[in-house]
Design a protein. Structure first.
Length: 448
C-alpha cells in the first residue's frame, strides 16, 4: 500500500458501492450511462446471428434455468444464464464501447448484469441504472492507471478481468449487500477473473464478456449467502495485481471515491472492429476518394506498438480475424467502406480487391504515439504519394459520438432485426430508461 492510501482498497470500494442505490448522480453521468445502455443493447441485438452468441444461448438453454431475467430475442432464464448469453452477444461484433483507461469493454458484462438481476428481482429502473454506474466506475477505476494495458500486453484480456469486477459490483448493489458482503463479492469475483489475448479472433473473445457477467453474479450471490472470500485481492500491490503483472511494474491504483467520473471518459465505437484500428480507418477514409482509380504501390500505416501487438493479424481470412487486422481495416477505409458489421463478414474479408490492398500494407510501430491516433501514407506506382493523419479517433471523449451518431449506429444494428417502428421505439425506451421503461424494454426484445 502506498503512503497516500491509508485505507485498504477493499474498504474504500465497499463504502463507495454500498451508497450507490438511491444516489443522485450528476446529469452527465446519467446521460453517459443511458448512452452505454443504448449501445450495449444495440450491439447485442445486431449480433443475434453470430456463432458465439448462438452457441452460448444453446448451452444455457440446456441448463433449464428458471427466472425472470430476459434473454435478448429469447425467453426468460435465471440471471446468471441470461447475463452470460446477453453479454456474450454484446461483444460478438467487437462493436461495444471501450474504456480506454482500463483498455476494457465494461458495459456489456456490467449492463447485462444490471438488466438480468434487476428484472429478476423487480428492482426500480433508477436503482438498476445506479447499480450499473457503480459497476462501471469500480471496474474502470481499478483498471486504469496503466494496469489494464499492462495486463493485455502480458496476455490477459482486461475485459475478462475488470468486467468481472464491474459485474460483481453491480450485482452487489442490486442484491443489497452490506459493505462486508461487497468485499466478499469482490474477492470471489477477483479469484475468477480471466480471458486470454491469444483467443482474439475466435469465439472465445466475446465469451470473455459473457463469462465476466456470469462470474460477477455468481460472486455476489455467493456473498449474499455468507460466502467468505479473500478481501485483499484488489489492494494496490495485492495478489491480483501481482498475478497479472508479475514484475511489479504496474499495480492497482488507490481507489478514489471522489475521483473523476470514469464513465464520462468512455469511448464508443463507430466501427465494428478493435478500437485500436479506429484511427487507421478514420485516416484511410479521409483519402478514399483521392485514391480511387489510382494504382497503389505500398501503404505505410504508422500506429502505436500496442496496436500492432493487439490488432496486427496479417492476411485475415475470416471476419473475426479481420476485426483484429489493422491492414484489413486500412483497406476497408481506403475503399470507402464504413467498417460496419457487414464489412467483417467472411465473404467481404475474402474480396480480392481488399486482399490486394492488405498485401500492400506495412505496419510501422511508432514509439510514443497515442493509441488513439494513426498516420496512413499511400505511395502510388507513378512515384507520387499522399498521407492522412488522425490525432484522435472519432468516438473518444474529446471527439465524441453525438446522440445523433448513436442513433445512426443503433438503427443500423437493430432496424434490420426488429423493424423500423419497434427499433425506433426501443431507442427511445432505452434513452429514457430510468423513467420507468422496463416493461416496454421486455416487450420489445422478448421472443418466444
Amino acid at each position: 500500500m502506498t503512503a497516500a492510501s491509508q485505507t485498504p482498497n477493499a474498504d474504500r470500494t465497499g463504502a463507495f458501492i454500498a451508497t450507490a442505490r438511491g444516489r443522485n448522480f450528476p446529469t452527465e453521468v446519467v446521460d453517459a450511462a443511458r448512452m452505454c445502455l443504448v449501445d450495449t443493447v444495440g450491439v447485442g441485438i445486431g449480433a443475434h446471428a453470430e456463432g458465439a452468441g448462438q452457441t452460448v444461448r444453446q448451452v444455457a438453454a440446456k441448463w433449464g434455468t428458471t427466472g425472470n431475467a430476459q434473454l435478448l430475442l429469447g425467453g426468460k432464464a435465471a440471471p446468471a444464464a441470461a447475463a452470460l448469453v446477453n453479454a456474450t452477444l454484446g461483444h460478438c461484433l467487437d462493436y461495444d464501447d471501450t474504456h480506454v483507461g482500463a483498455v476494457a469493454h465494461l458495459s456489456s458484462p456490467t449492463w447485462n448484469t444490471a438488466l438480468a438481476l434487476g428484472l429478476h428481482h423487480g428492482v426500480d429502473e433508477r436503482d438498476i441504472l445506479a447499480a450499473y454506474i457503480a459497476g462501471f466506475e469500480t471496474a474502470a477505476r481499478l483498471g486504469s492507471g496503466g494496469l489494464g494495458q499492462a495486463a493485455n500486453e502480458r496476455g490477459f484480456h482486461s475485459t475478462g478481468v475488470f468486467g468481472c469486477l464491474g459485474a460483481a459490483t453491480t450485482a452487489s448493489v442490486l442484491l443489497g449487500l452490506d459493505e462486508a458482503g461487497i468485499r466478499n463479492a469482490l474477492g470471489a469475483a477477483a479469484t475468477q477473473v480471466g480471458g486470454l489475448i491469444g483467443s482474439f479472433g475466435t469465439m472465445s473473445k466475446p465469451f470473455h464478456a459473457g463469462k465476466a457477467a456470469l462470474n460477477g453474479i455468481l460472486a455476489a450471490e455467493l456473498a449474499a449467502e455468507g460466502f467468505v472470500a479473500a478481501e485483499n485481492l484488489i489492494e494496490e500491490e495485492g495478489p491480483l495485481a501481482r498475478a497479472l503483472i508479475q514484475d511489479g511494474s504496474e499495480v492497482i491504483r488507490a481507489f478514489d471515491p471522489a475521483g473523476q467520473w470514469e464513465i464520462t471518459q468512455n469511448t464508443f465505437k463507430p466501427y465494428a472492429s478493435c478500437l485500436l484500428t479506429h484511427p487507421v480507418i478514420d485516416s484511410a477514409r479521409k483519402v478514399s476518394d483521392a485514391v480511387k482509380g489510382r494504382e497503389i504501390d505500398g501503404i505505410r500505416v504508422q500506429v502505436s506498438p500496442f496496436c500492432i501487438q493487439m490488432a496486427g493479424k496479417p492476411g485475415p481470412r475470416t471476419g473475426l480475424e479481420g476485426k483484429f487486422s489493422t491492414a484489413y481495416c486500412a483497406a476497408l477505409g481506403l475503399e470507402g467502406h464504413m467498417a460496419t458489421a457487414n464489412d467483417f463478414a467472411d465473404d467481404r474479408v475474402k474480396d480480392p480487391s481488399l486482399q490486394n490492398l492488405v498485401s500492400r500494407v506495412e505496419l510501422v510501430p511508432d514509439e510514443g504515439r497515442d493509441v488513439r491516433s494513426a498516420r496512413v501514407e499511400i505511395h502510388f506506382t507513378d512515384g507520387s504519394s499522399l498521407d492522412s493523419d488522425t490525432p484522435l479517433a472519432l468516438g473518444n471523449p474529446d471527439n465524441p459520438m453525438s446522440w445523433d451518431d448513436m442513433r445512426v449506429k443503433f438503427d443500423g444494428l437493430v432496424v434490420p432485426v426488429l423493424g423500423e417502428q419497434d427499433g425506433a421505439e426501443l431507442f427511445d425506451v432505452l434513452r429514457g430508461f430510468d423513467n420507468g421503461a422496463m416493461e416496454d424494454y421486455v416487450r420489445l426484445v422478448a421472443r418466444d
